[in-house]
Design a protein around this ligand. Structure first.
Ligand code: GSH
Length: 209
């Protein structure tokens, strides 16, 4: 181990979000690649994440799991990167970070799994219905470059990943606001570095069979 951060991931996972965030932060990190069937289910890893899922980070001996939490944690832990919210950005930052991790993710994964609540049941689902959750985020992005307005923050790594992932895989509609936001974010050098690294790891894994 050569750095203060250990990053547990698989290149074909939500770990891509955290690699992007780590690249944005610019702090050195050691990567541990876990295999879905074996090392992710090992006793050793279960001590880090009892959910047996990636990603996770260990920083100064503390474990952080959940992509949205890791993004917010890293923004706070490395303030020099300027990705934590200013006071006037906190309302949007927390609101949309939690919106994407909760209601939006549930709306997307439920729909992709072929499940949608009946109109009578919508009130007990945090997202109400898929169309409402999607249009609510799209409307927020209208006329602004980033979640908090004109400045990129850690919230954009998480919300942006959800938007880019969803529009790419067809679980979110290619609305103009989503497409423009995704194009803006994908120009970032840290995003490209993270993507290149994960793509290279995927190619190596596939070559190794
Ligand atoms: N809520 C978690 C989701 C993590 C998650 O579901 N990761 C998937 C990969 S994208 C995983 O590790 N799946 C392995 C499994 O459940 O066996 C987060 O935001 O980090």
């Amino acid at each position: 181990m050569t750095s203060d951060i250990i990053f547990y991931t698989n290149p074909m996972s939500r770990g891509q979000i955290i690699r992007w965030m780590l690249e944005e932060v610019g702090a050195p990190y050691d990567t541990e690649i876990l295999d879905y069937a074996s090392s992710m289910k090992s006793e050793e890893y279960r001590k880090i994440n009892p959910m047996m899922k990636v990603p996770a980070i260990v920083h100064h001996g503390k474990v952080v799991t959940e992509c949205a939490a890791i993004c917010a944690y890293l923004a706070d832990a490395f303030p020099e990167a300027g990705l934590a919210p200013r006071d006037d950005e906190k309302a949007d930052y927390y609101r949309w970070l939690f919106f994407a991790a909760g209601p939006l993710e549930q709306a997307v994964t439920n729909k992709a799994s072929g499940f949608e609540p009946t109109a009578e049941r919508e009130r007990m689902f945090g997202y109400g219905n898929y169309d409402l959750a999607v249009s609510t985020l799209s409307d927020h992005l209208a006329g602004r470059d980033y979640v908090c307005g004109s400045r990129f923050t850690a919230a954009d790594v998480y919300v942006g990943s959800a938007v880019m992932w969803g529009t790419q895989f067809g679980t979110l509609p290619k609305l103009d606001n989503f497409v423009a936001y995704g194009e803006r974010l994908s120009q970032r050098e840290a995003y490209k570095r993270g993507k290149d690294e994960d793509n290279q790891l995927i190619a190596e894994m596939q070559a190794a069979g």
